[in-house]
Ligand binder design. Sequence first.
Ligand SMILES: [Zn+2]
Length: 336
Amino acid sequence: MKKIFLPVLLALALVGCKTQKKDVTEVDPMRFAKSITSSELSDYLYTFSSDEFEGRDTGMEGQKKAAQYLKDYYSSLNIQGGSEEDEPYYQTIDSSFFNGRFPSSENVISIIQGSELPEEYLVITSHYDHVGMKDGEIYNGADDDGSGTVAIMEIAEAFQKAVSEGYRPKRSIVFLHVTAEEKGLLGSKYYSENPIYPLENTVANLNIDMIGRIDEAHEENSNYVYLIGSDKLSTDLHEISEAANSKYVNLDLDYTYNDENDPNRFYYRSDHYNFAKFDIPIIFYFNGVHEDYHQPTDTPEKIEYDLLEKRAKLVFYTAWEVANREERPFVDKPTL
Ligand SMILES: [Zn+2]
């Protein structure tokens, strides 16, 4: 064969590869969102908030079991660990970071690498710790934050399903299950001070903390979720979220707690704040408080699984758009 043909063959081979690669912006994400189901959410949550995990108190045996459970799950889906430790699914936090108040603990982290912009990261968080046991009673934390935990598990599965069909997201997606939230947002604080992926390349954080229940204000119409923070730093992110909701999910997006003057100050009270304080746009998904909040009665049979599915899908569709759109959400209202 004459030399001249070699580059031609190479060029043809490259074109071949290119046409085989599917365009992620041309597929309807509904196809993958279908894998987010109330029955799987329920299966996972009955295990995750069972007595076996002893209320998942930071640094204790139950929390370690919960971490192992998450690690095994991601490993079974072939989603790779996100840290560079010997145990790649864990980001270990030494007890000294807690000033010795609790034993060492771990954030559980995994990642789906992006195709075109792998150095830009969307981080999806929920805390997997809870308050443990008191006076021999187990605080199961089904809603707080078992609901957010299993939602991320299902969201990760949906993205991985897309990958397996040739639709890898453009940006990388990090699934971060943080520990020690109940001790003062310490797992997310540790991550933000020791980021595995650069914060300046972290395009957004979607944080889920309690999305399986209905609060008193919505007993009449439970088709809702509270959104907090979506417009605080980035009008773009807020608009993406609104559009994803009206196109696919149609929940009533309740912004009551987004009010600067709301006395609850929820914007400062869950893990997203450790991203927001670095001007990373965030959305906090929340069902509001209820009588079982931080009680041993926060148990899995009280969860509204169809509603949990709908809310998890809203996070998925929003994440899909953030991960795949041309530009990262623009920060038009920086604070730093
Ligand atoms: Zn919580």
